[in-house]
Design a protein around this ligand. Structure first.
Ligand SMILES: Cc1ncc(COP(=O)(O)O)c(C=O)c1O
Length: 422
């Protein structure tokens, strides 16, 4: 483990955090969760569900909950003023990470809440009977159910964009489906099951051509590739900290400033108001208008520490690590007669597969005995499972800490499973 230097960037409003100088070449050592209680390596291949956390994030969270802890936005004492600076600096750093500005970034509990926020504010205000929403066949339930709920309330209808033969969102089909009745396109930037990467700029152009807004579910893209919301020309982008080496309980909605400014509030309470009387309440400007109640202070600071961690290593470098492992794993699995590999060849950090005669849950259980953790199930994408014609898949997903040893252990575990099942 590299030696750590604590820093206090009070000028930037950052009172909590730890940096490693230089970032460890083998970043695995930054992650205390990657060993078993007995001290053996834990081959964690479930990063798409949630990533492990580096020491830097854990320490930032510990300091924010401990020595630096105070509320934000209200205190007249210096600790609270410092914490407010740190909290707002976190917002600035997280917004910059995706090419946005702090006035456009709303803290939410995660991507799920961010999508529900858009559905219940922009959606309720802008969708009417006869309007249409375009989703795709590969969406996570978080990017389906909020739209079904808002469609039921507004009378809008939902269309589903099919996939290409290699399991990518078929943008030629989207182009044919889209009409001026469509007010919103909501697509996964990267599929959490297949790793399919959307050509988001083209999808945004297609949506805008018919006057629709586009929301990108960035849960799986933010941890894997450079995201620049301006270059993508999207209207909404949502992501969760816990998939990006940060804590659970926090995520973000980025929305274009003019859209966000026009959105009515959703949840009411403290912090989102300008002035309250029993006769009438006026609201704070965005983003505060969408952040009712005491925010997740320590989580926001740890979220920013995660973004700093990724930035210091370099997201392109992380992408390179993951892409190499995906290529190798796909090649080795494809060479096995009893394995079907799903998704496109250039899947982003994620490989989903099925093994003939072995339920993914059985495979997952046998792999667990060898300290290999994969995900088995429908991955909160039941319409996609229906489309693939399977009840579940086995999924291996990579992160900055993943290595060839993890792939070796997975392949060995698959071979052992084959032996057990005869
Ligand atoms: C593509 C995608 N969208 C949305 C979500 C929901 O994220 P969260 O549970 O952090 O709100 C996930 C998490 O699995 C995901 O992978």
């Amino acid at each position: 483990m590299q030696s750590r230097a604590e820093y206090r960037r009070v000028d930037e409003g950052c009172v909590s955090g730890v940096i490693t100088q230089p970032i460890a070449i083998d970043s695995r050592f930054d992650f205390p969760g990657l060993v078993t209680p007995e001290g053996a390596p834990w081959h964690y291949l479930d990063t798409a569900a949630t990533s492990q956390k580096p020491e830097q994030v854990i320490e930032a969270m510990t300091n924010a909950l401990g020595r630096d802890y105070a509320t934000v936005h209200r205190g007249v004492y210096s600790r609270s003023a410092e914490m407010t600076l740190a909290f707002e600096a976190a917002r600035r750093r997280i917004a910059a990470f995706i090419g946005g500005s702090e006035s456009e970034l709303v803290f939410t509990r995660g991507a799920t809440e961010a999508i529900n926020l858009v559905a219940n504010t922009w959606g309720l205000a802008n969708l009417n009977p006869g309007d249409r929403i375009l989703l795709s066949q590969l969406e996570h339930h978080s990017n389906i159910v909020p739209w079904q709920l808002v469609a039921a309330k507004t009378g809008a209808a939902i269309d589903v964009c099919p996939l290409t033969d290699d399991h990518q969102i078929d943008l030629a089909a989207a182009e044919a489906i889209l009409t001026p009745q469509h007010k919103l396109v909501a697509f996964g930037h990267v599929s959490n099951v297949l790793g399919s990467v959307l050509d988001a700029k083209r999808a945004a152009d297609l949506a805008h051509r018919v006057g629709a807004k586009i929301l990108l579910d960035g849960c799986q893209s933010a941890p894997h590739m450079v995201v620049d919301v301006s270059a993508l020309n999207c209207d909404f982008y949502v992501f969760s900290a816990h998939k990006l080496y940060g804590p659970t309980g926090i995520g973000a909605l980025w929305a274009r400033a003019d859209i966000l400014e026009g959105m009515p509030p959703w949840e009411g309470g403290g912090a989102m108001i300008d002035r309250v009387t029993f006769e009438q309440t006026t609201y704070a400007p965005a983003p505060q208008r969408f952040e009712a109640g005491t925010p997740a202070i320590s989580e926001a600071i740890a979220f920013a520490a995660a973004v700093d961690y990724v930035t210091e290593i370099g997201i392109e470098r992380i992408q390179g690590i993951e892409d190499n492992l995906v290529s190798r794993l796909r090649a080795e699995l494809s060479a096995m007669n009893d394995i079907t590999v799903f998704g496109p060849a250039n899947s982003a950090g994620i490989v989903s597969f099925a093994m003939d005669g072995v339920h993914p849950h059985d495979l997952g259980t046998i792999l667990d005995e060898a300290n290999v953790a994969i995900r088995a199930g429908h991955h909160c994408a039941q319409p996609l499972m229906d489309y693939l014609g399977v009840p579940a898949t086995a999924r291996a997903s990579f992160g900055v800490y993943s290595s060839d040893e993890d792939v070796d252990a997975l392949i060995e575990g698959i071979t052992r499973t084959r032996r057990i099942f005869g």
